[in-house]
Write a protein of this length. Structure first.
Length: 230
C-alpha cells in the first residue's frame, strides 16, 4: 500500500480524480481516500499545512492502513539559483530548519536525543522518481538534494540566506521533514517530491499565486507515472 500525502487540496485533487475509489475513512479530522491507480493500492490524503498536521497524517497512514511507503507531494520555494520555478526537487534527505536546541550543544536542525541530524530518503525511490520525472516532464530540470522544512512560509531574502548558510538545502517547505521523521522512526521508506512554485525570497508572495497551479500539475504528472513504476 502506497501512502500519498499532500498538504493542500490542490495538491491531491488530481490524484483523487484519477484513482478508482473504494472507500473513504475519516480519522482525526482527516479524510483518507483508499483505492487504486493502475492496479496499485494507494491511500491519498490532504494533511493540512504544517509539520504537526503532516506528522499526524503520516502516523495514521502507518498505524491504520499499514502503508509500505510514504510519498509526500506538493510545492516548495527554491533555495538555489539554478532551480527555476516549475522545476522538480526530489529529496535525498530532509531536515527541520526551525529546530534549535543549540543551547544544549546540539547542532541547529537536530531533534534532541535522536541519532540523526537529517532523515535520509529511500535511495531506490528517489532514483526511480528522478528517472520517471525526466521521462514525463522532460521540458524541466530535475534536482536531487536536501529539503528543509519549517512552520513558516519563507518569503524574504534574509530568511532564505540564513537557511541556505546553515543547511545547504535545495528548497524549503512546511511538511516534508515531519513526514520524513515519522518514516525514519517507523523504519519505512519515504520520498518527498516538490515542484517549485516560487523563489522563497521577497518575490515569493508575488510568484506563488501565478505558478502554484503549474507546479502542482507537474508534480501530479510525476506522481501518477511513478505509482505505475513502483
Amino acid at each position: 500500500m502506497i501512502g500519498i500525502i499532500g498538504a493542500m487540496e490542490e495538491e491531491v485533487k488530481m490524484l483523487k480524480d484519477e484513482m478508482e475509489l473504494s472507500e473513504t475513512i475519516e480519522k482525526a479530522s482527516l479524510v483518507f481516500h483508499k483505492g487504486k491507480i493502475a492496479g496499485k493500492d494507494i491511500i491519498v490524503v490532504k494533511s493540512g499545512i504544517g509539520k504537526v498536521n503532516a506528522a499526524l497524517c503520516a502516523q495514521i497512514l502507518i498505524d491504520l492502513f499499514s502503508v509500505d511507503m510514504l510519498i509526500n507531494t506538493g510545492i516548495a520555494g527554491s533555495l538555489n539559483a539554478k532551480i527555476d520555478i516549475g522545476d522538480v526537487v526530489i529529496s535525498t534527505d530532509a531536515i527541520h530548519h526551525d529546530m534549535d536546541a543549540t543551547v544544549f550543544g546540539d547542532p541547529k536542525g537536530q531533534v534532541p536525543r535522536l541519532d540523526t541530524l537529517s532523515f535520509p530518503a529511500n535511495a531506490k525511490l528517489r532514483l526511480l522518481a528522478k528517472e520517471v520525472n525526466e521521462e514525463v516532464n522532460g521540458d524541466i530540470k530535475t534536482f536531487m538534494g536536501r529539503i528543509a522544512s519549517g512552520d513558516q512560509f519563507v518569503s524574504s531574502s534574509k530568511e532564505k540566506e540564513e537557511i541556505v548558510k546553515e543547511f545547504d538545502p535545495l528548497c524549503v517547505e512546511m511538511e516534508g521533514a515531519a513526514i520524513a521523521q515519522v518514516a525514519y522512526l517507523n523504519q519505512i521508506p519515504y520520498i518527498i517530491i516538490r515542484a517549485i512554485s516560487d523563489k522563497a525570497d521577497d518575490s515569493a508572495t508575488m510568484d506563488y499565486p501565478e505558478f502554484e497551479a503549474k507546479a502542482i500539475a507537474r508534480s501530479h504528472k510525476l506522481i501518477s507515472a511513478l505509482i505505475k513504476r513502483i
